[in-house]
Design a protein around this ligand. Structure first.
Ligand SMILES: Nc1nc2c(ncn2[C@@H]2O[C@H](COP(=O)(O)OP(=O)(O)O)[C@@H](O)[C@H]2O)c(=O)[nH]1
Ligand SMILES: [Mg+2]
Length: 198
């Protein structure tokens, strides 16, 4: 299937509590990943909008769920940026709020079509595996993306794939994506189109 063409992306809301979640009106696709995995860069790359998500911002006092409305050659949808995990420097009082916020999100969004899960192409960590297991348990379709692909030469991709699959405990073949070079972007947009067509 051809890739989805993204026409525009518009920030809609930033929610720190469940009560603030937007009413589900459009199909939704969430994007998750460890802090610093390149999530903001990937969002900006996918939607052709350099400043939409803030790159390199360390998670601080609050963790929020950000809703972006995306207009495409296909259906409109909501891209939902979930707060990053596995960041040691986040204070405990913030960390304890993370799981219930995400859990409520996954369990209550009736329009959720799938999750774009980001892992660093070079290494999987425990928090990635936990997230993967969690999303799989809830039976949410996943687009698996290996970020910072420009750091892994082509000759090492097969081995990197094997390590990612082993680390995550899955058979899915990750899409290697680089927000710097744009590699993999079309493949992700192709899978997105399939998710939204369901
Ligand atoms: N080499 C490389 N670095 C990247 C890429 N994407 C993001 N980064 C860098 O990784 C760091 C974290 O990026 P960011 O998008 O803020 O990650 P987030 O914390 O997951 O939102 C920044 O220093 C980025 O410049 C990529 O595709 N390739
Ligand atoms: Mg970010």
């Amino acid at each position: 299937m051809a890739a989805l063409k993204i026409f525009s992306a518009e920030f809609k809301a930033s929610c720190g509590t469940v009560e603030q979640f937007l009413k589900p009106t459009l199909p939704e696709v969430a994007i998750v990943g460890r802090s610093n995995v390149g999530k903001s860069s990937t969002i900006n790359c996918l939607v052709n909008h350099k400043g939409l998500a803030k790159v390199g911002k360390t998670p601080g006092k609050t963790q929020t769920i950000n809703f972006f409305q995306i207009t495409t050659s296909g259906p409109k949808f909501m891209l939902v940026d979930l707060p990053g995990y596995g960041f040691a420097k986040v204070p405990d009082r913030v960390r304890v709020l993370w799981a219930p916020l995400i859990e409520t999100f996954f369990k209550t969004r009736e329009n959720l079509r799938g999750v774009i899960m980001l892992v660093d192409s070079r290494r999987v960590q425990d928090s990635d595996q936990e997230m993967m297991a969690w999303v799989n348990r809830l039976n949410i379709p996943i687009i698996l993306v290996a970020t910072k692909a420009d750091k892994v030469p082509r000759g090492k991709r097969q081995e990197a794939t094997r390590q990612l699959q082993e680390g995550l405990g899955v058979d899915e073949v990750p899409i290697f994506l680089s927000a710097y070079t744009g590699e993999g972007k079309h493949q992700v947009l192709g899978q997105l189109r399939e998710l939204l067509a369901i």
